[in-house]
Design a protein around this ligand. Structure first.
Ligand SMILES: Nc1ncnc2c1ncn2[C@@H]1O[C@H](COP(=O)(O)OP(=O)(O)OP(=O)(O)O)[C@@H](O)[C@H]1O
Ligand SMILES: [Mg+2]
Length: 413
């Protein structure tokens, strides 16, 4: 039995070792069963110092579970690909160990590779082979069951969206289709641990959505690790999300946890009937939400940020506001939650300012408005870059303090 598999370390304790307690959410209780069955990947104190002396990964502790997708996020150069390259054996680790399915990943790399699939950040394909031929070869490399070979390859080609291009040489494939092929190679031949480094980069929107559905279906009996710069992708796919900066994990948790921890609150968006917003609106909002702040006014829409601790006022606010819409010349309104983009930017700003500093000119204007708003510099920064994604599903009914809260909202027209 390997060191990392000796049961001495509680996974929760291990994962939270280098994190502030408030930046860590333990995996859900049902992962305990997976832990007992060994159906997880545990990474312990993984470090990488390149020959140049640069320390790219400074001690990563993580667990990823079967049936789940772990989304690893981070700025350019954060160390995501270095972590993945070490786990696949492409580059040598400097320190640390990892276990999965009762095996020591580094000591038993040969046998682990039989059930490991990798989609590297940059496609490594054979120019003169077609997608079908690639899958044919990799299926055999991985020692996949010959009886299931054709049906699995057919399904992969169809699921990933390569049916039309399945017999074209790889060097003639478009960038997005090369990515699709790399992902299907990673999934083929009985891969139980699948490492996908920016799998959807270069894919069109339809292809990305298609791949999301595919990965959701394929994660059932696999451990999937995915890096991405698309926050919506991490939000949709990541059962758990880890955000790295400068070679270290800064936080781990579900999307909702991270939004609650780092988000500013809810965004109220109003659609005006006329060009000018009624001057009575802001005072009205202030009577319900202390600290409400106007975020933006673009064309017919005005957005306000409502601090998270004010959500208990949503119910009376909805009831009163619905009767005032005509007086205020408001066509409709809606509420959305903090986006993962805001979380990502805030984390980098707060925990890794050396790589994500605020531009000087923004700092000046921030300082002026901060005095008025009473918010912290970090909150204000995230506010100024907030996106306007209207997503009713983000709003938790219980957080609104009213089972009727959601239905009382008007849908945006
Ligand atoms: N062979 C190498 N020698 C020295 N430094 C390296 C080497 N390869 C990578 N690095 C450095 O290690 C750091 C982490 O790189 P890595 O590729 O892991 O980042 P990443 O998080 O995957 O970034 P991206 O989002 O841009 O893909 C970077 O600063 C990079 O310049
Ligand atoms: Mg990378």
């Amino acid at each position: 039995m390997s060191e990392a598999d000796d049961g001495e370390d509680s996974i929760d304790v291990l994962e939270s070792l280098n994190l502030l307690p408030e930046n860590y959410e333990a995996a859900s209780a049902n992962t305990k069963r997976l832990q007992q069955q060994g159906k997880f990947l545990k990474i312990k104190d993984l470090k990488k110092t390149y020959d140049s002396g640069f320390v790219a990964v400074k001690g990563v502790n993580l667990a990823m579970y079967e049936g789940q997708i772990f989304a690893l996020l981070g700025h350019n150069g954060a160390g995501k690909s270095t972590v993945i390259s070490m786990l696949t054996g492409l580059i040598e680790r400097s320190e640390g160990n990892a276990t999965l399915y009762h095996k020591d990943l580094f000591e038993e790399m040969e046998s682990v590779r039989e059930f490991m699939g990798v989609c590297p950040q940059h496609d490594v394909l054979f120019d003169m082979l077609t997608p079908r031929e690639h899958l044919d070869i990799f299926y055999d490399f991985k020692g996949g069951d010959p009886a299931r070979k054709q049906s699995e390859i057919d399904s992969l080609i169809s699921d990933v969206g390569l049916t039309i291009d399945k017999d074209k040489n790889a060097h003639t494939l478009s960038g997005g289709n090369r990515r699709k092929l790399s992902v299907s190679i990673a999934l083929c031949g009985g891969s139980k641990i699948v490492l996908l480094d920016e799998p959807t980069s270069g894919m069109d929107l339809g292809a990305r959505r298609g791949l999301w559905d595919m990965l959701k279906a394929y994660k059932r009996d696999r451990i999937i690790v995915l890096t991405t710069h698309y926050m919506d992708e991490a939000d949709v796919l990541g059962d758990r999300i880890g955000i790295m900066a400068s070679g270290q994990l800064m936080c781990i948790g579900s999307s909702l946890f991270l939004k609650n921890r780092f988000g500013l609150g809810y965004k109220l968006t109003l659609v005006k009937k006329h060009a000018l917003l009624s001057p009575n609106v802001e005072p009205f909002l202030q009577t319900y939400f202390a600290g409400v702040l106007k975020q933006s006014e673009v064309r017919g829409e005005v957005s306000f940020v409502i601090p998270r601790n004010q959500t208990s006022s949503f119910r009376p606010f909805f009831e009163a506001f619905d009767t005032k819409l005509n007086d205020f010349d408001i066509k409709s309104y809606g509420v959305s939650m903090t986006t993962l983009e805001e979380v990502f930017l805030k984390i980098n700003q707060e925990l890794a300012p050396e790589v994500f500093g605020t531009p000087e000119k923004d700092k000046t204007s921030d300082r002026n408005t901060l005095k008025e708003s009473g918010l912290t510099a970090d909150s204000k920064l995230a506010l100024s870059i907030g996106h306007s994604t209207f997503r009713t599903t983000d709003l938790s009914v219980s957080e609104l303090g009213s089972p009727n809260g959601v239905s009382q909202r008007k849908r945006m027209s």
